[in-house]
Design a protein around this ligand. Sequence first.
Ligand code: COI
Length: 354
Amino acid sequence: MRLTVKKADKLKPKPDDSKLGFGSFFTDHMFNMDYNPEEGWHNPRIEPYASIDMDPATMVLHYGQTVFEGLKAFRTDSGNIRLFRPKNNFSRMNCSSHALCIPEFDEAFVLDSLKKLVAIEKDWVPKAPETSLYIRPTIIAMDAFLGVRASNTYRFFIILSPVGAYYSEGFNPVKIWVTKDHVRAVRGGLGESKTAGNYAASLYAGEEAHRNGYTQVLWLDGVEQKYIEEVGSMNIFFVIDEDLVTPKLNGSILPGITRNSVISLAKLWNLKVVEREISIDELIDTFDSGKLKEIFGSGTAAVISPVGEIKYGDKVLVVGNDKVGPVANRFFKAITDIQYGRAEDNLGWIEPVL
Ligand code: COI
């Protein structure tokens, strides 16, 4: 396959780095590639950012057959641009695709195309501290058909968005609401896939959390509503005594790449990291007995996000005096130092672009 490139005639004005927020600005170009059963994935192209023309019967609009990813490009102090663990994103995307009956794509080819796209958009990689270029690869089902089956045709696109912090709190503690009334995913379902339906399933409880002054929802397992799973936009870690505890992957939790980075660093630092089931009742017990030192989330968009408060029914757990704890701080610094080139990349996580 040969990647073609068509440049935009007119470039958009770039936003001020201090006003980025998350996910509101998009660059001048995008990557597109199509699939049909005769040609497989074909016609890969970088072209001006544009709307996608769709028949109202397009299957993705009705049945949600779609997968996506989130990764970032960073600008170092010396002006180099690099991606963080992109191979992991594309391999996870193919796993998600498998679960959604979407045909597999060539990961090395797409990564190479992404590097070319980011190189074209290099001036869009923001410069201010803790900003980055968020990358959203997505595949959507394109058949115009109303019967329920897997589509025969697909569009793969990648769009780029310069971003600041995901949460308005920045690197400050967020408040998390544990819902007793809703579930995000069940084992054997799509919980471990990065697909739209998981996020749609999170909206109702998310709104309820917001109405009550909480930033995000902490999901319990979909069967017994007892075991802690994840926060939808991030995985979750608990510092209990000296141990770092995180729910083990069970099929309904997203296998986060930042989660994996935290676990790898913890092992390198000889911290005891335990992936296991942890129930909400056990968490409350650790809080009541003074053993729960810190809570933080991990995700591409959120990076490391300290959690200062958790509410479950009438029980409110204020953890670490609602301050950023030393463990969250250490992971945040170590990961961002590698991403921005302030520390050696000893783990092979960085993919240079320019
Ligand atoms: C990410 O961390 O990249 C995510 O995809 C979470 C959210 C923005 C959907």
